[in-house]
Design a protein around this ligand. Sequence first.
Ligand code: MTE
Ligand code: MO
Length: 420
Amino acid sequence: MDDAFKPSRRAFLKGSAAVAAGSVAGAAAADTPDPLITELQDWASYTGAGVDESPYGMPISFESHVVRRNVEWLTASPISSINFTPIHALDGTITPQGCAFERHHSGAIELRKEDYRLMINGLVDRPLVFTYDDIERFPRENHVYFCECAANTGMEWAGAQLNGVQFTHGMIHNMEYTGVPLRTLLQEAGADISPDKWVYVEGADASSNGRSIPMEKALDDVLVAFKANGEALRMEHGYPVRLVVPGWEGNMWVKWLRRIEVVDVAVESREETSKYTDVYADGTAQKWTWVMDAKSVITSPSPQMPIKHGQGPLVISGLAWSGHGQITRVDVSKDGGITWETARLGKQGDSKALTRFYLDTNWDGAPMILQARAIDETGYVQPTKDQLREKRGENSVYHNNCIQTWYVSAEGIAENVEVS
Ligand SMILES: Nc1nc2c(c(=O)[nH]1)N[C@H]1C(S)=C(S)[C@@H](COP(=O)(O)O)O[C@H]1N2
Ligand SMILES: [Mo]
């Protein structure tokens, strides 16, 4: 076995030396003696870890800073709180469950599949109770969707507040879900699916987090999901079953889903009245804001991701998403929104899912005022902070999808700032 690997290791070392010599500005020339290249290293002198030393893997210890983090002062207790996805350090679009933000109103509960029941009642011909196994017997689908808490960026209304994209924009994750369309379960129960009806959904936790969903959405793309990124939901994300409500505010994505009631009118629960309601500049409140409007943010450089390599080639990277569908374009500005360049999308964006963008640029070492703005398939353009504040004032919390600004100094340090 060992012998078989030796030739390929040598081949790899030759290959990487060639790259260093050829393409990357600032990389050491191949003729500079580098002990990492010229000397035998420990990791090639001894055998490594055995295959079953860690049967379920954690990230390598060198990446142990890439974790969810809290903002201590934000909530009184971790039981009803939120933590933040380390989006500054991730790339691509999929959020591993192990570092995806969590938001609980009464703590995360441990619910065994054997103890799981899902009831459908109300305006149905056949009230039904499903076990977990029952749900797995319906035809299932796979879809990638973002889940964004309506409060994401909610601390930034009155001014630049938190110095890290993890904290300003990290109440979001993006996973591939496996689940049964809610429509299938409604049909099974013989639900009254007339367009004026509503579906009230609630969880098995103490908060229950009940929300009303209009029938049109319930029949459209809502999923009763039991897997994320290929594996069971983690406890914190609603094991064994959660609701996925594509493009709509995270609060409606009921975890530990236990009941679906078909009703005549919206229930107007706590979660959809005193909470998750938008306040306007004149103090009036907007009833129902479900869709998460188009938004984008540069994840690197950003306050937690300074530029360390000095001037020359620089990859500016970020995320864009829209609850209305696909992201069609992302623009990046280096001068605080005066001029814009169109970024390259990592791949054609999925509908209601995160889209990765890149601007491959050459940094001259001068300070930059970085911004990104997203445009979605409806033609909607992400607004500036001032445009949003005109309508919403400064005392709002939810649905802040404004353009974010980072000031990047000549030293490559990035800071959360505002421009007007
Ligand atoms: N049952 C239940 N569902 C819930 C919540 C909750 O506290 N209990 N929190 C909601 C809120 S406010 C958000 S933003 C999302 C967060 O999902 P996550 O914890 O998987 O990130 O779950 C929603 N679903
Ligand atoms: Mo939320």
